[in-house]
Design a protein around this ligand. Structure first.
Ligand SMILES: Cc1cc2nc3c(=O)[nH]c(=O)nc-3n(C[C@H](O)[C@H](O)[C@H](O)COP(=O)(O)OP(=O)(O)OC[C@H]3O[C@@H](n4cnc5c(N)ncnc54)[C@H](O)[C@@H]3O)c2cc1C
Ligand code: FES
Ligand code: FES
Length: 1367
């Protein structure tokens, strides 16, 4: 136990307020502390530095007295790491009362927040960028600064538009001096130039560069409003505290029960400490150590922060190279090397450039701002991005230990094995020396990841080649080479034999072949190697080597006039990186007169609260005194019999108050969304990893989690079924819920067809990745009452679950939901068991209980979008008219029913996409013809559940994959085939519904025009002809999406409206606001109906004691349903108010309401709506109406790596007469990007036969570190969205002929998938491969690269290669 303590109080300033840091918190993060002191604007999204929701600005006074402002992930930043710093959180900038800060105001006004959970993080990243630069940032810098912030709702475009204005901020406006001057003069915050609403930015000449939603000439755009601090009480920017300016770096030693924290300021003192505590953990950025503490539950009794050791912070350029202290942050390393390039000789630059380029894609800025060079080296990760470069460059590491001489170890010899290095326990890494490149020496960095921004490498490399004249006229040979690779072994490795194969050789195709042959032999990845993707990784090694050789040849040709590269000009495409311009968007929507409240592009009603962190989410609610914290006890087995559960060890953990299992459940332990086929806590059998066995409650969250880990569970493992194939082989289907759709005589029509094709389509699942994890706060009340605050899309479901498991009548249980930080279907049913688990101890102990899942828990146990597989047979006429489709569809339901059957129903009713199929047998159950057996596949995965589109996108993607194959095999242009079969007005679908108001062809034609399709096809062909290793692809995709719950009774809704005597109106309805703008739209409907300004309408929350039995907020139907229910309530109120309106014609609503009140008129009305004239699944009218759309996407692919960019996307979407075009456009953009993620980027990896390196039944991809949703860098560079003009829906008069928008555009993101496939076709053509090939989704870099089969990937996989996928 360390007892020493510092002489001075450890302090931190937060938003200008001084705090003395409490002792005993060495293992705490800054985020924990911020939230404890009530600053809940900073969010916990992942706890692993991967989402940016926790971003704050940390300012420090540097040794040269300059101020350093940087964005930091508070979830990884050690609390004591900010001692002596000024922390600015989103609350420190502004709020609606004191005025919003310009960064906040821009974001709110530009529709940059939907659910708002990511929003404070974006605000802080942008703010830190402004504060850190004396000059206005460029648009590039703004996009780069946001690379560590994820948003799952918006599709990023409006965020970029909002912040783009700051690229034109007054130079120096955010310097400390300028801010101080503002404060001294009592002036408002710096001024950003006023935005324009024109279609072209006067400054750049580019469309919409100023951030306003750009209008088509005949349409109406929306203004961006103020860009200075919004009006309010005068408040100042957070200025760096004077006390901290005066303070010199303090040495710290803070004892604690779990760990002691030391912060030496000199190397001597560090070495002394390291001698005293040889096993002490050094900490720089904590981006490794923090992960070990949180996720691996490592215990480090002594932590030593080395950020303030002066000698380890030096960065000294010398004659032969640069010496960099181990504590130098990666941002400083990057900036210094970038600056140094200008002052060294040209031939010395390549090594500096390689490091800078590698760091550009190293994590996100907040990680780079704190992570240290030494931390990266000493971690010795096999996928470290820098270590291969240090090895290839010939860097030297310098180690010191007290009492032993300094040791210099070559980077090549330093890494001994998996995370082991040549360093003694008493030693520390002090600095590294990086030599400059010599003349004619070229070094190149490589990295391929799942996602470009903020992702760890799949394979990376540093390759150095030095050239020398061979002696023959104009001839040059390789004098020296070193090749280092990461991601291919347990440590970063060199490939000396491949290097030797190059030495003495000229750089020509023959040398390439020799080197490739050598590297293939030398760098071998075992088939069972952790990480999988063996063929891809081997191909990447070859690709990187090939690129390095071509690069060296081109670079030499630039340096030496007499030398000519031996590679053809089209090979330049192997080394020319895509230079991504800043992205921008155009939006088109129709205008309505200014006096209309409906149809106006109002911003989200909670936007102002979201941008300042005051919007309250479930886990932000201040817990009442005595609140306990809950943690689930999860199963660690995929399928097992429970032999025993010993609560004893958990009860011994200090702070643990109780452990509750099935035997403690006071009511029913059986639960389930539709069928009660699940258990709240497992009794005899655990059906999947993560299934709750019990719940532990404790005085602190840490104690609850420690208690949960301590519960001793004994299992008898049982055979587990882990994917659709396993389930089919075992005949494991959820019985009794299979559906099918039949029309015509399918067998006959197939027989009569000229062409019949058959095959399989497979697609993976998708994680919701709502930024806010599931959370609940359950508060017991008098007489058995229970109130639960829940992050749920369906408070009613929680209501039922709680009453059932607690054995209470429903009238004693109230569930309240204010807002969600995203849901996307994931919080429709799977949040309820989390809530119920917390309710058990709350009810039994009579104490409030809070539960908030960690991101990895949430991803593991709450289910995902279903993976699907389909076996099909399609028949066509010789002219390409579809005659028949016979398809068996399988989905991976997980271990229980949940909503899998309705999701399958929607797949069955969307299998037609937009095409007439006269005869169809689409079934979820096998048929006798030997086509396999299928149903809802019951597996030992967590139960899969609703996700935006609810099976519709899967059904359509199956069909479109079939269409794409038909087109290729029948040699008919795909778009011609589509047009030939596309629905017309009045056509009848395969389930018998007549299409009224069919807009399929209109959307199709409009998107042709919007995208300029005709000219671009030729451009793409020309580009592809000129470039061997970069290919472009263009695709056009139509969609049609049915609106209604396919379970008929769910299509009902209630709303309650109170009019108050001040003329304001409180609306409560059954729908949940989760970012989709539902409350804003309903408020617009109400304001219109009552003829009052929107500001007079307020929607506070959703609650089961106000609106009972509400259907989930899902199926895109909520604005139709709740808008209509609210309109019904308004109609009742209007009828009651009518006499007073007539009497008081020129009076305000307040006067009218008051007159009615005095007359004893009921000013509260309950409205109700049930969708008329629909029949649910199985009827000929399951849908109220259909939404239509079409999209064009263009991509550019690096065929050697699979890296791609979406150059442009054009979307035309039919939303009827939009209630709110800004919200609708936001939904279209967000859905498109999410759909692109589903089909192209996001891959779930489960422990199954295909991934033997993952424990059976475990989800490997259970955090942002391994599961990649699109980031800001992935969105279309040019993103255009048009809401179809002159469209209205005669089925929705109550909501002004508007249509649903949440789900329908999602599938259009798959246009990127087909564009990628087209690019791969072009690459294959160059390799001599013709004809159709199968590409399963998602089209990850692995699948794209392997599809672009060439002589580099050929040795590892053939043209028909299929990547191993969890399905
Ligand atoms: C979200 C996220 C993204 C990431 N992305 C990448 C990426 O793209 N590429 C990549 O390569 N890595 C990545 N990493 C890994 C990690 O950030 C880097 O390895 C980083 O450089 C570690 O630095 P740190 O200062 O935070 O290390 P810390 O966590 O502070 O320390 C790491 C280890 O180094 C030891 N150590 C630190 N300094 C010394 C010293 N002077 N002498 C001896 N031992 C020392 C510590 O004791 C500890 O064991 C990522 C991590 C996260 C959380
Ligand atoms: S919560 Fe910190 S980055 Fe996600
Ligand atoms: S608004 Fe960004 S995650 Fe919801």
């Amino acid at each position: 136990m360390v007892t020493a303590s510092s002489d001075v109080d450890p302090i931190v300033y937060i938003n200008g307020k001084r705090y003395v840091l409490p002792p005993g918190r060495a293992e705490w993060t800054l985020l924990q502390y911020l939230r404890e002191v009530g600053l809940t604007g900073t969010k916990l999204g992942c706890g692993e530095g991967g989402c940016g929701a926790c971003t704050v600005m940390v300012s420090t006074c540097e040794p040269d007295s300059s101020l350093l402002h940087r964005a930091v992930n508070a979830c990884l930043c050690p609390l004591y790491g900010v001692e002596g710093a000024h922390v600015v959180t989103v609350e420190g900038l502004g709020n609606p009362r004191d005025g919003l800060h310009p960064v906040q105001a821009r974001l709110a006004l530009a529709h940059g927040s939907q659910c708002g959970f990511c929003t404070p993080g974006f605000v802080m990243s942008m703010y830190a960028l402004l504060r850190s630069k004396p000059e206005p940032p460029t648009e590039h810098e703004i996009e780069e600064a946001l690379a560590g912030n994820l948003c799952r709702c918006t599709g990023y475009r409006p965020i970029l538009d909002a912040f783009r204005a700051f690229a034109k901020v007054d130079p120096g406006a955010y310097t400390e001096e300028a801010l101080a001057a503002h404060k001294a003069n009592g002036m408002e915050a710096p001024v950003v130039p006023a935005p324009t609403n024109g279609a072209v930015c006067p400054s750049t000449g580019k469309p919409c560069d100023c951030g306003g939603v750009v209008s088509h000439s005949e349409d109406k755009g929306q203004g961006m409003g103020p860009t200075t601090r919004t009006p309010g009480k005068q408040s100042a920017e957070p200025i760096f505290p004077a006390e901290l300016r005066r303070r010199r770096p303090q040495e710290l030693s803070i004892p604690g029960p779990q760990a002691a924290w030391f912060r030496p300021t000199t190397l001597d003192r560090l070495l002394e400490l390291k001698k005293e505590y040889p096993h002490a953990k050094l900490v720089i950025g904590n981006t490794e150590v923090g992960i070990e503490l949180k996720f691996k539950h490592a215990a480090y009794p002594v932590l030593i922060g080395v950020t303030h050791v002066a000698e380890m912070n030096e960065l000294t350029p010398g004659e032969k190279g640069v010496t960099v202290g181990a504590s130098v942050t990666l941002t400083r390393l990057m900036e210094s090397f970038a600056a140094l390039r200008a002052s060294v000789a040209p031939h010395q630059r390549p090594v500096l450039a390689a490091v800078v380029e590698q760091l550009r894609y190293f994590a996100g800025p907040p990680i780079r701002n704190t992570a240290g060079l030494g931390g990266n080296v000493a971690t010795a990760s096999p996928i470290s991005d820098l270590n291969p470069l240090w090895m290839a460059a010939g860097a030297t590491f310098f180690l010191r230990g007290r009492g032993t001489p300094e040791r210099a170890v070559s980077a090549r010899d330093f890494f001994l094995g998996y995370r082991t290095v040549d360093m003694q326990p008493h030693e520390v890494l002090v600095k590294i020396f990086v030599p400059y490149t010599a003349e004619h020496e070229y070094i190149k960095e490589f990295k391929q990841a799942h996602r470009r921004d903020d992702d760890i490498a799949i394979v990376n490399a540093g390759i150095r080649i030095r050239m020398a004249p061979s002696g023959e006229e104009g001839a040059w040979v390789v004098a020296d080479a070193s090749l280092a690779f990461g991601g291919v072994a347990a440590k970063s490795i060199m490939a000396p034999r491949a290097a030797a194969a190059l030495v003495g050789q000229p750089l020509d195709p023959a040398a390439v072949q020799r080197a490739l042959a050598a590297v293939r032999e030398e760098v071998v990845i075992a088939p069972s190697a952790p990480g999988g993707m063996v063929e891809f990784r081997q191909s990447l090694v070859s690709s990187f080597l090939f690129k390095a050789i071509v690069h060296a040849a081109h670079a030499l040709a630039e340096d030496v006039e007499a030398y000519a590269s031996a590679f053809p000009p089209s090979y330049a495409s192997a080394i020319t990186p895509y230079s991504r311009p800043p992205s921008y968007g155009l939006q088109y929507h129709s205008a309505v007169p200014e006096e209309d409240v409906v149809g106006q592009p109002y911003r989200h009603m909670a936007a102002d609260l979201q941008v300042c962190g005051e919007a309250q989410y479930t886990d932000d609610i201040p817990p009442p005194p005595g609140t306990l914290h809950a943690a689930l006890v999860p199963s660690t087995q995929a399928h097992a019999r429970l032999l025993g559960v010993d609560k004893g060890p958990a009860l011994l953990v200090p702070g643990v108050v109780g452990v509750f299992t099935a035997e403690d459940v006071p009511g029913g332990n059986d639960i389930g969304a539709v069928a009660h086929d699940e258990e709240l806590f497992a009794t005899e059998i655990v059906p999947c990893v993560g299934h709750p066995i019990g719940v532990v409650v404790a005085e602190t969250e840490a104690a609850a989690r420690a208690g949960a880990r301590a519960v001793a569970v004994r299992y008898e493992p049982l055979p587990a079924l882990l994917d659709i194939d396993d389930a089919i082989a075992a005949g494991s289907f959820i019985e009794g819920w299979g559906h099918s759709v039949h029309s015509g005589d399918c067998a006959l029509a197939l027989e009569a067809s000229d062409v019949v094709l058959e095959g399989w389509v497979k697609m993976g699942g998708q994680e919701h990745f709502y930024l806010e994890p599931n959370a609940s706060l359950v508060i017991p009340g008098e007489g058995g009452e229970v109130t639960s605050f829940s992050s749920s899309q369906c408070p009613d479901k929680h209501h039922r679950y709680l009453a059932h498991v607690l054995g209470l009548p429903m009238h004693k249980v109230t569930v309240r939901t204010k807002r969600l930080g995203g849901g996307f279907g994931g919080k429709e049913t799977r949040s309820a068991f989390v809530n119920a688990a917390a309710a058990v101890p709350a009810h039994l102990l009579r104490r409030p209980v809070r539960i908030c899942l960690d991101r990895d828990e949430d991803m593991h146990i709450t289910g995902q979008r279903h993976a699907f597989a389909a076996k099909y047979r399609i028949g066509l006429s010789s002219a390409g008219e579809i005659r028949a489709l016979d398809v068996d569809i399988y989905n991976n339901a997980g271990y229980s029913l949940d909503l899998s059957f309705s999701i399958m129903d929607r797949a069955l009713t969307h299998i037609d996409s937009v095409y007439r199929i006269p005869a169809i047998r689409a079934q979820a159950r096998g048929w006798q013809g030997g086509w396999g057996m299928g149903w809802l596949c019951k597996t030992n995965q967590s139960t899969h559940t609703a996700f935006r589109g609810f099976g519709g996108p899967q059904g359509m993607l199956i069909m479109e994959q079939i269409m794409e194959r038909v087109a290729k095999e029948m040699d008919i242009p795909l778009n011609t085939l589509r047009e030939r079969n596309m629905y017309n007005e009045g056509d009848v679908t395969h389930f018998g519904q007549r299409l009224e108001g069919c807009q399929a062809r209109r959307c199709w034609e409009e998107v042709h025009t919007l995208s300029g399709w005709a000219a671009r096809e030729a451009d793409v062909a020309a580009f592809n002809a000129a470039n061997r290793f970069r290919k472009r692809g263009l695709s056009l995709l139509p969609t049609k999406f049915g609106i209604s719950f396919t379970t008929k009774f769910m299509n009902q809704a209630g709303a309650l409206i109170h009019c108050y005597t001040d003329g304001t109106v409180l609306v409560t309805h059954g729908g949940v606001e989760m970012g989709q703008g539902l409350h804003t739209k309903v408020a617009q409907v109400v304001a219109h109906a009552l003829q009052i300004p929107l500001a007079q309408v307020y929607i506070a929350e959703t609650a089961t004691d106000k609106i009972p039995n509400a259907s989930p907020t899902a199926a895109s139907a909520s604005s139709d349903l709740y808008g209509a229910a609210a309109a019904d309530a308004c109609a009742q109120l209007n009828a009651r108010l009518e006499p007073y309106r007539a009497k008081l014609q020129d009076k305000s609503f307040k006067d009218i309401v008051n007159a009615a009140y005095l007359d004893r008129v009921d000013l509260s009305a309950h409205g109700f709506y049930s969708t008329p004239d629909i029949g649910g699944f199985g009827s000929e009218k399951p849908y109220n109406y259909f939404c239509y759309g079409a999209a064009v996407a263009e991509v550019e692919v690096d065929t050697l790596t699979g890296d791609f960019h979406v150059l442009r996307a054009d979307v035309v979407m039919d939303v009827g007469k939009s209630l709110n075009p800004a919200i609708d456009i936001g939904q279209v953009e967000g859905a498109f990007v999410q759909g692109m993620g589903w089909s192209c980027i996001e891959e779930l990896v489960w422990g199954d036969k295909k991934h033997p390196w993952v424990k059976p039944g475990w989800l490997f991809t259970r955090g942002p570190g391994t599961y990649k949703i699109p980031s800001v860098n992935d969105i279309p560079v040019d993103f255009r969205v048009m809401l179809l003009r002159n469209s209205h829906c005669h089925r929705t008069p109550q909501v002004h002929s508007s249509k649903a928008v949440g789900e329908p555009p999602f599938y259009l993101g798959a246009s990127v998938f087909f564009a990628l496939k087209n690019a791969a076709y072009a690459a294959r053509q160059d390799a001599g491969l013709e004809g159709w090939f199968r590409l399963d989704s998602p089209a990850t870099p692995e699948r794209i690269r392997m599809a672009c089969c060439d002589e580099l990937s050929g040795p590892f996989a053939g043209p028909d290669f299929q990547a191993l996928a969890s399905c």
